[in-house]
Design a protein around this ligand. Structure first.
Ligand SMILES: Cc1cc2nc3c(=O)[nH]c(=O)nc-3n(C[C@H](O)[C@H](O)[C@H](O)COP(=O)(O)OP(=O)(O)OC[C@H]3O[C@@H](n4cnc5c(N)ncnc54)[C@H](O)[C@@H]3O)c2cc1C
Length: 382
């Protein structure tokens, strides 16, 4: 039986998150965007409310949320500011490899590090010359006795300045590509330096930096999974995180749609409010139907993950469809505001800048289409 009804707990989670976005995030979002201020004060409040470490099991002090719960929560937080929800979501992204492949000792140590007090984490996959081509990464892991020595550079790392734990993907042998990838939990230590802070178009309150790992000594017990399992761990992590990116894009699109609708009901041109013109109504209708469709995809992807069913292609569809829709919605919202939409005095200018990143990170939308096509060519989905 199919039900689209949320449980009472899920409705309560959604309502608390909606209030949090309204009272804690929205009042500061424009200023934090302007000054590129990392929202550590709001993140600490979110930690107190229990919005961080969503996927960490309750037995380790985490939220123990299902994937569907996390999607519901992230839509609401992203409605407030997607830069904020990205900062929050990346904490879970950093912990996901440990959830997926970590042993009990690693879970005990690293989950508790995050659940005892507010702690920031980073997920370090991308390199200056290896973004979409993950298997081409060059950061080297060399085994020396009971340690691995890491050397390399990771780029566009969210939360990198503030992280106390870095989940780092490195290779034992770059010529072996995906077969030699390993995943490590790396605690902040000497040898890890921030070499560049990025000045971004959008999502400006999120922290994005380049990080150099120079002879960083990582104890062998910090290897997540086994040697050579890094590729699989990274892919499973991204399958899990893409519905959350989709949820973020739905929250952002919903915000742009509501702003555009409210503006269209007030702005008068040629003696009528512009909401009465069909050209405006068609843009609003496209926004609304896309939000609904994107949400169904995100919920389905999350549900599949919760049922431990194959979710790769639906996760990619949710990410690709939701983020493309958010981009188009914000472009149309700016159009509905006319010249005012282009000005920083109004909210939709920020939403349009913020939306662009959604089509790029966590696998570009070209890569999502490749994943969907590969799965479709391999087997019939239906
Ligand atoms: C603000 C920001 C935050 C980020 N945060 C993180 C983070 O926390 N951790 C992390 O590890 N990474 C992070 N990233 C990196 C992000 O995931 C990569 O930027 C993304 O995967 C694309 O890699 P790239 O930038 O190297 O582009 P490239 O891989 O060089 O791609 C360039 C273009 O070519 C296209 N392309 C590449 N290969 C193909 C192909 N086979 N077929 C068709 N088209 C192709 C791409 O779609 C894109 O349009 C972040 C990026 C940004 C901008």
């Amino acid at each position: 039986m199919i039900s689209f009804e949320l449980s009472e707990e899920q409705k309560a989670l959604r309502d608390v998150a909606r209030d949090f976005a309204k009272n804690e995030i929205i009042p500061k979002a424009a200023e934090y965007d302007k000054n590129a201020t990392f929202p550590i004060d709001i993140l600490k409040k979110a930690f107190e409310v229990g919005f961080l470490n969503q996927a960490v099991p309750e037995s380790y002090g985490g939220g123990g949320l299902s994937n569907l719960d996390a999607v519901i929560l992230n839509e609401e937080l992203a409605y407030g500011c997607i830069g904020f929800s990205t900062s929050l979501m990346v904490n879970d992204l950093a912990l996901s490899p440990i959830l997926i492949a970590g042993n009990n000792a690693q879970k005990e140590k690293f989950f508790k590090m995050f659940t005892k007090e507010y702690t920031t984490g980073s997920f370090c996959l991308t390199e200056p010359n290896a973004g979409s081509d993950v298997a081409g990464l060059q950061t080297k892991a060399e085994k020396k006795g009971d340690y691995y020595i890491l050397n390399g550079t990771k780029t566009f790392i969210t939360n990198g300045t503030y992280a106390k734990l870095y989940t780092v993907f490195a290779t034992l042998d770059p010529t072996q590509r995906h077969k030699a990838l390993c995943c490590f939990a790396v605690e902040k230590c000497d040898g890890i330096t921030v070499s560049k802070k990025e000045d971004k178009m959008g999502q400006r309150c999120s922290d994005t930096v380049q990080i150099v790992f120079n002879n960083v000594k990582v104890p062998q017990e910090n290897l997540i999974g086994k040697e050579g399992e890094g590729w699989l761990i990274a892919m499973k992590t991204l399958d899990k995180s893409r519905p959350l990116v989709s949820a973020g894009s739905i929250g952002l699109a919903r915000r742009a749609m509501e702003c555009a609708r409210d503006y269209a009901k007030e702005r008068v041109a040629f003696g009528k409010v512009i909401a009465e013109y069909e050209a405006i109504q068609f843009m609003l209708a496209n926004m609304a139907k896309g939000v609904e469709a994107a949400r169904l995809l995100a919920w389905k992807a999350a549900w599949l993950l919760d049922q431990k069913l194959p979710s790769t292609h639906i996760s990619s569809m949710a990410k690709c469809f939701g983020t493309d829709h958010a981009m188009q919605t914000t472009i149309d919202a700016v159009q509905i505001y006319g010249g005012y939409g282009y000005m920083k005095d109004y909210p939709v200018e920020k939403l349009m800048r913020d939306a662009k990143l959604l089509q790029i990170y966590e696998g570009t939308n070209q890569i999502q289409r490749l994943v969907i096509a590969r799965e479709l060519l391999k087997a019939n989905f239906y």
